[in-house]
Design a protein around this ligand. Structure first.
Ligand code: NAP
Length: 321
């Protein structure tokens, strides 16, 4: 069987073109969309993930405020930084780069993100609204996976979907979104600019449609027989950060496999490393119907989806001011 590669670039380009138009329109009104970011990691991979977001913002005219902290920082320290960006009138969106340092109480930090600026659903209340089917924003990775499924016409209605990973950043919001009615829209206090009915789809293109109505199984490190759960799925989405976790024998013939993970491993390359997903692409190739590449699959769409949420947050504020 020929395995189709679901590349992220065509969808990412489409989203970025839309974002560019919307940034231009805001700038013409004297509004400069601004994203504030917080990171407390000195892991080069985390730093690079954030750098890519800053570069993407700069390319489209979105301003950034960069708050970097030592991994030894306390929760209070980080919470104050997040609170300060949340209170800054010139900042429209706040993003905290995961992971937070070990030992830092994440809730202390999460609760300081102003919900109206919480473009990646970091605040428990914003995540709760998503789970309740009334999202203020769809987090970027969830939007990217749903967007790719939609863009490549992978039907989820009635499908069995297995999500590997249950983190509050990726696995949980994604699993919830896929299990919901398609187009459970984003509530918008100033409805009218996102979609025809004031909602925004999860697919990276505005509108009420998008993947959903799936029967979702969520797996984690305590799952007894992971292979049985992935083999029984029409769509497997993996976000464990464990290279080689999913191989060809764990995937049904013709299934769609979406690999969210991006892990640096030592490699004989110019940079000394390669970025790999959870999927053993060599054995999945020829068995799966479709597979997202790593790199070049979910990642570029996630960045574009984040920019879109920044613009959306800016438009919402501009509409009420
Ligand atoms: P995380 O917080 O470490 O969560 C990993 C999840 O995978 C946990 O739920 C964990 O289970 C589960 N898991 C780990 N080993 C497993 C195993 N052997 N079998 C089954 N489940 C297992 O990571 P994250 O923040 O969700 O990120 C996941 C990956 O996505 C990372 O590689 C990250 O770099 C990548 N990422 C990609 C994007 C993108 O846009 N492409 C964006 C952000 C992050 P437990 O809950 O039991 O520990």
């Amino acid at each position: 069987m020929q395995t189709t590669r679901l590349r992220g670039a065509p969808l990412a380009e489409r989203i970025r073109a839309d974002v560019a138009d919307r940034v231009d329109a805001l700038r013409e009104r004297g509004v400069v969309p601004t994203l504030g970011t917080v990171i407390a990691s000195d892991d080069p991979a985390d730093e690079r993930f954030l750098e890519l977001k800053h570069e993407a913002c700069a390319a489209l005219g979105i301003a950034t405020r960069d708050r970097r902290f030592d991994p030894a920082s306390t929760a209070d320290h980080l919470a104050r930084a997040v609170a300060s960006l949340s209170a800054d009138h010139e900042v429209h969106a706040v993003f905290v780069q995961a992971p937070l340092p070990e030992g830092v109480d994440a809730t202390t930090v999460r609760e300081r993100v102003a919900p109206a600026k919480d473009v990646d659903c970091f605040h428990p209340a914003t995540l709760g609204r998503l789970v309740a089917g009334d999202p203020r924003f769809v987090p970027a990775t969830t939007a990217a996976v749903c967007g790719l499924l939609d863009f490549y016409d992978v039907a989820t209605t009635g499908a069995d979907v297995t999500v590997v990973g249950r983190s509050p950043v990726i696995g949980l919001p994604l699993a919830n979104r896929l299990a919901q009615k398609p187009g459970a829209g984003e509530a918008d206090d100033a409805a009218g600019f996102d979609g025809p009915d004031g909602t925004a789809g999860s697919d990276g293109t505005d509108g009420p449609d998008g993947p959903g109505d799936a029967t979702v199984t969520v797996c984690h490190s305590g799952t007894a027989d992971l292979a049985a759960k992935t083999r029984g799925a029409d769509v497997v989405v993996t976000a464990a950060g464990v290279p080689g976790l999913v191989d060809g024998e764990m995937v049904a013939a013709g299934a769609t496999v979406v690999d969210v993970s991006a892990t640096r491993v030592a490699a004989d390359t110019e940079r000394g490393y390669a970025v790999v997903g959870d999927v053993d692409a060599d054995t999945v190739e020829g068995r799966a119907g479709a597979l997202t590449p790593v790199p070049g699959g979910v990642g570029p769409v996630t960045i574009a989806a984040l920019l879109k949420n920044v613009v959306r947050a800016t438009e919402r504020r501009a509409a009420v001011e």
